[in-house]
Design a binder for this molecule. Structure first.
Ligand SMILES: C[S@@+](CC[C@H](N)C(=O)[O-])C[C@H]1O[C@@H](n2cnc3c(N)ncnc32)[C@H](O)[C@@H]1O
Length: 236
């Protein structure tokens, strides 16, 4: 029987799934995440869904190789459209763009009902996703980082409800755990990204780029403050 090993990214996602969750893994592809959670005995069943038939058949192959076919429920559907409210209390949406994740949640207002827990792992447009969540009745409970080589991944644990507004820096980089040793290198990476955007804006002479540069400089100041707070906690 095949044993599933998770990459650091998927392992960090799995760590935020509560034991005993009634899980829906949206955009599951190979279904490695639910297969691992089932093999660890952390969940009893999972709904696994994908927009496309190819990935869903890969999910079936994983389930067959692991002997988990009768513990996974396969759904071919867009986002949560084929999953009824009440069928799942924990929804994972991982490995997709932030705007796609927001669109999937916007189309399923039941994800804002009390008792629903979301674990989101956007591959891009993280800032837009955080902004959308805070404007749409969701609360980011915590954020985690996972690192694979030079790439950092953001993982958000989200529940319905209001949250204190995120600052410019938190919208950009998340409200990260300042005790996590990965947070400093992650903030350095984000500072370099902001600096590169700043160089481009400085070369352009338009009024719009000057306004954007001013906002970017405020952001860089905030990211530096977050970095200093992290250093303080790490004895630097
Ligand atoms: C890069 S894979 C991520 C697989 C897995 N969740 C992970 O994190 O490793 C993205 C998957 O999302 C699926 N997908 C994209 N848009 C979707 C949507 N609107 N609804 C459901 N699945 C979607 C794709 O077909 C693909 O299988």
């Amino acid at each position: 029987m095949k044993r599933i090993e998770l990459t650091p990214r998927l392992r960090a996602v799995a760590d935020l799934v509560p034991a005993g969750a009634r899980l829906a893994d949206v955009g599951t592809d190979h279904a490695y995440l639910p297969a691992w959670l089932l093999q660890q005995g952390l969940i009893a069943r999972a709904i696994v869904s994908d927009l496309r038939a190819g990935p869903l058949s890969r999910a079936r192959e994983t389930a067959a190789a692991c002997g988990l076919e009768d513990r996974m429920d396969f759904r071919l559907c867009d986002g949560l459209s084929g999953i009824s409210p009440g069928e799942a209390d924990t929804v994972v949406i991982a490995g997709m763009g932030g705007e796609t994740i927001a669109a999937i949640l916007a189309a399923a207002p039941w994800t804002r009902r009390e008792g629903v827990h979301l674990v989101l792992q956007p591959m891009s447009t993280q800032k837009e996703l955080r902004q959308w969540l805070q404007e749409s009745g969701y609360r980011i409970v915590l954020e985690r980082l996972a690192r694979e080589g030079e790439t950092f991944y953001n993982i958000l644990s989200v529940e319905p409800g209001p949250m204190p507004p995120l600052t410019r820096g938190e919208l950009w980089a998340g409200r990260q755990d300042l005790r996590d040793p990965q947070t400093g290198p992650y903030l350095d990476q984000e500072l370099r990204r902001a600096a590169r955007i700043g160089e481009g804006l400085r070369r352009s002479e338009t009024r719009l780029s000057r306004d954007r540069l001013e906002r970017l400089e405020l952001l860089i100041r905030e990211l530096n403050e977050m970095k200093k707070e992290w250093e303080h906690g790490h004895g630097n």
